[in-house]
Design a binder for this molecule. Structure first.
Ligand SMILES: NC(=O)c1ccc[n+]([C@@H]2O[C@H](COP(=O)([O-])OP(=O)(O)OC[C@H]3O[C@@H](n4cnc5c(N)ncnc54)[C@H](OP(=O)(O)O)[C@@H]3O)[C@@H](O)[C@H]2O)c1
Length: 479
């Protein structure tokens, strides 16, 4: 855990003219600065091909912080922070650029007292990651440094392995920090605390008491102008292989021996090795057609720009998984993710088994919902426990009621942005919330059988997906 300020650092952001830098990386660094969490000696170098001066870069980042920072922008913090921002325009092909860049970094070190310690943050399209790693190696810029990369970590098992090998040619595994921003969310970290600091639930966290688990990652947005990117991805690559399987591993892994990165990551890999690769007949793929979301008419996926007219890319996927180990054998795990659904919500629902004998079954009343625990990952962060209670009155009527924990009410604070925590941890060398090479490869193995394109079921934008998905969860129903 990063509690102290990290050692002096230069953060080099490759692809600094892009969307991720503007929307996430720089606003996160600004908030860390405002909260006094950055190293005392610190500088940022934005690197990309676009021709831009440092003062233009600072001005663009000022606008980005004003727009995207969760705490807004205050001149008191922005002015000194902006002085740590620098820009270097260069290619990823010309060796002379990297000679100049090396000298530039030396100069930054001497101006800011950053002692040659570097965090390289790759905010470029993934095709550039191996090239950047290779150039850093050739320029002898890898000592005393770490590299952060963003998903997607490959396109399938083979390309995931190739990416890992090309990074390992230059960096040791403990220098590589693969961001799955879900792991930086407070609610996801809280799954560990919930499970391993409370005696109450762990004894029943197994197949003897749990009937099934549902993981939902619902988005109300469509492809947001990124149609051509999404055509090469789809819901399984974009969400299931990374975010969903990380949520699943955190929820179902065995307790680690210690709260150390390697203990936790070992348990997650062990769990992922127990997940049976998903058969195509356990997966329903869907694609949205035009409809109405949040009162607004939206086009169908095939009408989005950059999308093929006859595209079979799935914008929705529902599947049934199984974990073959002593704790979870026989407990179905249902996963559902999609775009243009009625609302944005990521939840994990743990459904408990019914009471062994229903005393109130003969009252002629409808059976209440099963007991379940809902972890609200985002938005409306918190946890709800739903159980049956007697409805006041002369009859023995049972109704489902909730016990709720809400982050904002209990802690009077909005959870910090995942990127803040992750950047800080990467500077401190704490890999607990980052994905290791073998985790990535194992996750690809799980989804590999359902990656090939196949027919999609259509669903209207603004609905909860194709009806065929409901058959997967029979007789339980989605909660
Ligand atoms: N945006 C997000 O919210 C988000 C979320 C999760 C993950 N990611 C991942 O984060 C990375 C960056 O995302 P982004 O949305 O910021 O991407 P982007 O805007 O498409 O690209 C970032 C920058 O990379 C440079 N670039 C483009 N093509 C390149 C190439 N072939 N080689 C080297 N540089 C190239 C461009 O700068 P120059 O032309 O000036 O060099 C561009 O401004 C991607 O891997 C993406 O998948 C993004």
């Amino acid at each position: 855990m990063a509690l102290e300020r990290p050692d002096p650092h230069v953060i080099v952001i490759f692809g600094a003219s892009g969307d991720l830098t503007r929307r996430k990386a720089i606003p996160a660094l600004y908030n860390l600065y405002a909260e006094n969490l950055l190293p005392r000696h610190f500088a940022v170098v934005g690197y990309s091909r676009t021709d831009m001066s440092t003062s233009e870069f600072r001005a663009a980042m000022g606008q980005a912080v004003a727009r995207y920072s969760r705490s807004g922008i205050s001149q008191r913090h922005w002015r000194p922070f902006s002085e740590t921002l620098n820009y270097f325009s260069g290619t990823y092909t010309e060796p002379e650029d990297w000679e100049r860049f090396k000298k530039f970094l030396d100069q930054i070190d001497s101006e800011h007292g950053t002692q040659g310690r570097r965090l390289y943050y790759c905010a470029t399209p993934p095709s550039a990651f191996p090239q950047i790693a290779n150039l850093l190696g050739k320029a002898e810029l890898t000592d005393n440094s770490r590299i952060v990369i963003e998903k997607p970590f490959g396109y399938d098992l083979e390309s995931g392995q190739e990416l890992n090998s090309s990074l390992h040619e230059v960096f040791e595994e403990d220098q590589i920090f693969r961001i799955d921003h879900y792991l930086g969310k407070e609610t996801v970290q809280n799954i560990l605390v919930f499970r391993f600091s409370n005696g109450m639930f762990e004894p029943i966290w197994n197949r003897h008491y749990i009937d099934s688990v549902q993981i939902d990652v619902a988005e109300s947005v469509g492809v947001e102008g990124r149609g051509s990117f999404y055509e090469g991805a789809g819901a399984i690559r974009d969400i299931v292989q990374n975010h969903t399987l990380q949520l699943l591993a955190t929820l179902t892994m065995e307790p680690p021996a210690r709260f150390y990165a390697e203990s936790i990551r070992n348990e997650k890999v062990k769990l992922l090795r127990s997940v049976v690769p998903i058969e195509p007949d356990c997966c329903v793929k869907g694609q949205y057609t035009s409809g109405v979301v949040n009162g607004r008419s939206v086009p169908g996926y095939r009408e989005e720009s950059g999308v093929e007219k006859g595209s079979k890319t799935e914008t929705y996927a529902a599947m049934k998984l199984g974990i073959e180990n002593w704790r979870w054998a026989g407990v179905p795990i249902f996963v559902r993710t999609g775009k243009r659904l009625p609302k944005r919500a990521t939840t994990i629902t743990v459904v408990f088994q019914d009471a062994p004998h229903m005393l109130f079954e003969n009252s002629g009343l409808q059976k209440p919902e099963p007991n379940h625990l809902t972890i609200r990952v985002q938005p409306d962060e918190g946890i709800t426990l739903t159980f049956g209670a007697k409805v006041p009155g002369p009859d023995m009527e049972v109704a489902a009621v909730d016990m709720r924990f809400d982050y904002d009410e209990s802690f009077m604070a909005e959870p910090a942005e995942a990127y803040e925590r992750l950047i800080l941890d990467a500077m401190s060398g704490d890999a607990t919330l980052f994905t290791r090479a073998d985790e990535i490869e194992q996750a690809w193995e799980i989804v590999e059988p359902i990656l090939p394109q196949s027919d999609v079921e259509f669903y209207q934008a603004g609905t909860w997906g194709p009806e065929a998905a409901d058959e997967l969860v029979e007789p339980r129903g989605w909660l």
